[in-house]
Design a protein around this ligand. Structure first.
Ligand SMILES: C[S@@+](CC[C@H](N)C(=O)[O-])C[C@H]1O[C@@H](n2cnc3c(N)ncnc32)[C@H](O)[C@@H]1O
Length: 420
């Protein structure tokens, strides 16, 4: 028998363990399991593997080795295959052993935007002009290639970044790439550059042109976004529509799903308002507990009704399914550990929703990303979040309203008893 790992999997080395990412699920493997699985390339038979391990460990006690390896094979049938013949099934690897290289990086290329969305947590506008210098960005990506797996390009409007298509092409060649955009700048000439992206996430706020345009505060934006959705769909590029459920569209969820489906989107993801930036004062957008429960039920129902047409991503499904080792005391979504965000100022931080000053890991304009990897930790995060919370409270909002993961983190690590 020739053991191998499920096709399309990636073994990401992370600190003293590894994370196996498969199409089915993700699995944390300890150091011994990581060592064993590295031997499973589809070419080596079980007896060859046992001999090799015996040689590595300088022992002929094969029965002990055999029991450990066979236990591993029997317990990990979820992601292992046993072939009768030898065949090349070498698993792809990423990360660095004994270093904490994130799996995913969200890069906000610029805070400039051609729309003026009423709710924007980043206060983006056409007057803003922070952007990551091209050279710095390319050097950063160059280090991350073959180490991180996926990149999400966002903004502001990422397409307003001067060298956007060069960066996009570099990312497509080296990472699983997602672009978050309004699509309003996509046209017949530039659309070909999106070929090869893993997905494009487009923001659409209503099935109704006037409502959408009143949220983006940009007449004509609905028409352009819809045209982009249709054009990308014609190119068979996987599309996710991102939208926000508010008090006023709660009864039009199905209309939006239907519009997204008819324009050719593959998925639609519903979020809620983050009361931050321009979103701080939009109290009328915040759902009550009762409304939240209603939306949850609606989404469950509609996800079933539309299951053969479009993937309706319910709130429950949205959560990260990568288990984070509790020893890191990290955010439950992996922010700051498995996923980093680089803001348009060059600041590396745990997540997009946290301001640059809250818990910066460093700045790629000053420190090379390879050096930041060693600096990343959560020791001071509780203290920093408490300080941030006090600032937010002055504006009548709270870190606890940002997202479930930050709320959970705050309650777990930032109460008086937990802060050291
Ligand atoms: C900041 S925008 C940047 C990318 C691009 N310009 C766009 O609009 O899709 C990324 C996403 O964040 C969402 N967003 C912005 N402010 C938000 C807030 N206060 N609450 C929830 N989502 C927000 C937008 O709706 C959009 O889908």
């Amino acid at each position: 028998m020739y053991p191998a790992i499920l096709k399309n999997s990636t073994l990401h080395y992370f600190d003293d363990h590894s994370i196996l990412l498969t199409d089915k699920d993700n699995y944390i493997l300890n150091d011994v399991e990581t060592y064993i699985i590295e031997k499973f390339n589809g070419h080596r038979s079980i007896s060859e593997i046992l001999k090799e391990i015996g040689k590595d460990l300088n022992t002929y006690n094969y029965s002990k080795i055999e029991s450990v390896v066979m236990d591993f094979i029997n317990n990990k049938s979820d992601f292992l295959v046993l072939n009768k013949t030898s065949q090349d099934m070498q698993v792809k690897t990423s990360g660095i052993k004994n270093a904490k290289v994130p799996i995913n990086i969200i890069i906000s290329l610029t805070n400039k935007c051609n729309l003026k969305c009423i709710h924007c947590f980043k206060n983006c506008s056409y007057q803003n002009n922070n952007h990551i210098p091209y050279e710095t960005l390319i050097n950063t990506l160059d280090f991350l290639k073959n180490k991180s797996i996926s990149i999400q390009l966002t903004g502001g409007e990422p397409m307003l970044y001067d060298n956007f298509f060069n960066i996009l092409s570099y990312c497509i060649d080296n990472f699983r790439t997602t672009v978050t955009t309004t699509g309003t700048l996509i046209n017949e000439k530039n659309i070909k550059n999106f070929k090869g992206v893993n997905s494009v996430q487009l923001s659409l706020y209503s099935h109704n042109k006037n409502i959408h345009d009143s949220i983006t505060r940009t007449p004509g934006s609905f028409r352009k976004t819809i045209l982009a959705i249709k054009a990308l769909s014609n190119m068979k590029i996987p599309l996710i529509i991102a939208t926000i459920v508010t008090k006023s569209n709660i009864n039009y969820i199905e209309d939006l799903i239907d519009t997204a489906y008819k324009c050719g989107a593959n998925s639609i993801r519903f979020g809620t308002l983050i009361p931050y930036g321009r979103g701080t004062s939009l109290n009328s957008w915040i759902l009550s507990e009762e409304e939240t429960r209603y939306v949850e039920l609606q989404l469950e129902k509609l996800s079933e009704k539309y299951k053969n047409k479009i993937n309706v991503i319910t709130w429950h499904k949205k959560k990260s399914n990568i288990n984070i080792n509790s020893k890191y005391k990290a955010l439950g979504c992996g922010g700051g550990l498995l996923s980093w965000c680089i803001s348009e100022t060059g600041i590396v931080k745990p997540c997009e929703f946290l301001e640059d000053t809250v818990h910066p890991i460093g700045n790629i304009k000053k420190t090379e990303i390879k050096d930041l990897i060693w600096k990343c930790n959560f020791q001071k995060m509780p203290e920093h979040l408490i300080k941030f919370e006090k600032e937010l409270n002055k504006e009548n909002t709270s870190v606890k309203n940002m997202c479930e993961e930050i709320q959970e983190y705050y309650l777990k690590y930032c109460s008086d008893n937990n802060v050291r």
